[in-house]
Design a protein around this ligand. Structure first.
Ligand code: SF4
Ligand code: SF4
Length: 470
């Protein structure tokens, strides 16, 4: 008689979350499955069936992230009530677990480019500019929520072409905001030296967040629609001359520019004004021409691997999960001397570093060091702030006497920010989101939810469906 044998699953069922159906954007249950080195969400939508999507290509790192979760910092006020749950109550509603480490205010919709990849769907045809009064209301809403906001990023559209751009920046400088940034494609910075001089008057506590996706023509045409190599070069030269702190921001698309992580880090180190590079996989939201889930998605773990394989500046163990929201942000800090970068993690004895991980059981041994590591590896940034936090961490390590009087010029930071989209959305992680948009109505909305549900009005349809059903 044939006796059938039970079979093992070809995966480990690691847990469960709530994600999104990739067809209808409805909330659906998602099993978290581990298969070797890869982690998948297996989602089940009543209407669209089962969907299986890779969310990590490094199981060890995926599990490591859990050890980095720390207690969240709550904002001072909430703008909405918790009624129907995410993403319908943004926000912030009292159910949110993290304050705004970084807030964005979009001052216009117009842009001097029309990139094939643009979550804001900006273009030269969209002429809307917010007036100064509305923008001040938005800043005040952020200050009310945060007290002293860590970072405000002025964004758009292309913010530098707003007719009152400098007035807006000066207004922000009058508010109790620790660090002010402008999020720009660099076109105006490349072509207008007088404008760069005006930007320099915003120092200290000011930084340019410069779009910088590639050093190659083909990749720039794929992502931005035009060959911007000369614009990028000129913009960086002008920022270097004015010594304006700059972060290079790289949107990463698989097969387009994911081979350039090392080259871009190396390029960044050629400029004294560059404080770091931020890599962001394409978020599938807004305008994202011809995006194919199967060929174009790049994961945080793919970028992390590419960084340590393509560059010898940071090793794998230097690029660690950000305690505020470990699964979506990784960060590496280095101390810079010209082109030479010493990863801060390499200065901390390995056992102390492990002890400093927020959830490590042995942290009691060195509570002070633990707190200072967490403080440094949090998203708050800024001229004095980051340098002071770095110095305060290093003071915990008496065997390193040379690193006193750090300034922001000595910092070099590599960050990977993976904004969630229909593929990797996780209800738990959205509650930990610490990068938020401030709306003209004074709401504060997590970056991902704003781009997927609020900007396009989808949230209204979802609320309407809920009302009909209930
Ligand atoms: S994402 Fe945050 S603010 Fe938005 S509904 Fe969920 S808990 Fe509330
Ligand atoms: S991605 Fe930036 S530069 Fe490109 S169209 Fe959008 S706002 Fe303009």
């Amino acid at each position: 008689m044939h006796i059938e044998q039970r079979k093992q699953t070809p995966y480990v069922f690691y847990g469960q979350t709530t994600s999104l159906c990739e067809e209808c954007m409805g909330l659906v249950p998602a099993k978290i499955l581990i298969e070797g080195d890869n982690v998948f969400y297996q989602k089940r939508c009543e209407r669209h069936g089962v969907q299986k999507t890779k969310i990590s290509s490094d199981t060890g790192y995926f599990k490591w992230c859990k050890d980095f979760q720390k207690p969240g910092d709550r904002p001072l006020t909430y703008q909405t009530r918790t009624e129907h749950g995410c993403p319908l109550d943004c926000g912030l509603c009292p159910d949110h677990e993290q304050h705004s480490c970084l807030a964005l205010i979009e001052i216009n919709e117009e842009c001097n480019l029309e990139c094939p990849v643009c979550f804001a769907e900006s273009s030269p045809m969209r002429k809307k500019n917010l007036d100064l009064k509305t923008i001040e209301r938005m800043m005040d809403a952020l200050v009310k929520s945060e007290g002293e906001p860590d970072i405000l990023q002025i964004s758009g559209g292309e913010p530098t072409i707003h007719p009152q751009f400098m007035e807006i920046m000066k207004l922000a400088k009058k508010k109790p905001i620790r660090h002010l940034m402008v999020n720009t494609n660099g076109v105006k910075i490349a072509s207008d030296k007088e404008f760069v001089k005006q930007l320099a008057t915003l120092k200290p506590g000011f930084e340019v967040y410069l779009q910088f996706d590639s050093l190659e023509k083909e990749a720039l045409i794929n992502l931005r629609g035009v060959d911007l190599r000369t614009v990028r070069k000129k913009a960086l030269e002008n920022l270097e001359e004015a010594n304006i702190s700059t972060t290079l921001v790289v949107t990463v698309k698989k097969g387009v520019n994911d081979h350039e992580m090392g080259a871009i880090i190396d390029h960044a180190l050629g400029y004294k004004c560059v404080r770091g590079v931020t890599f962001q996989p394409v978020q599938d939201a807004g305008r994202n021409e011809g995006f194919d889930k199967n060929t174009d998605r790049c994961l945080l773990t793919d970028i992390r691997r590419a960084i340590y394989e393509q560059s010898d500046v940071f090793k794998a163990e230097d690029i660690i999960p950000l305690p505020c929201n470990p699964e979506t942000i990784s960060i590496a800090y280095g101390i810079r001397d010209g082109r030479k970068v010493t990863p801060v993690t390499s200065l901390i004895p390995q056992h102390d570093l492990i002890a400093a991980v927020p959830n490590a059981v042995s942290f009691e041994k060195n509570k002070e060091l633990k707190q200072r590591v967490i403080d440094l590896f949090s998203l708050s940034s800024g001229d004095l702030n980051t340098a002071e936090r770095m110095e305060s961490l290093l003071c915990c390590l008496p065997e390193i006497p040379v690193l006193k009087n750090m300034s922001y010029d000595n910092i070099f930071r590599v960050t990977i920010v993976q904004f969630m989209d229909r593929y990797n959305f996780c209800l738990a992680n959205i509650k930990r989101s610490c990068i938020h948009f401030v709306t003209p109505h004074g709401q504060i909305i997590p970056f991902e939810n704003y781009n997927m549900f609020y900007r396009n009005g989808l949230v209204e349809q979802m609320r309407g469906r809920l009302k009909k059903a209930g």
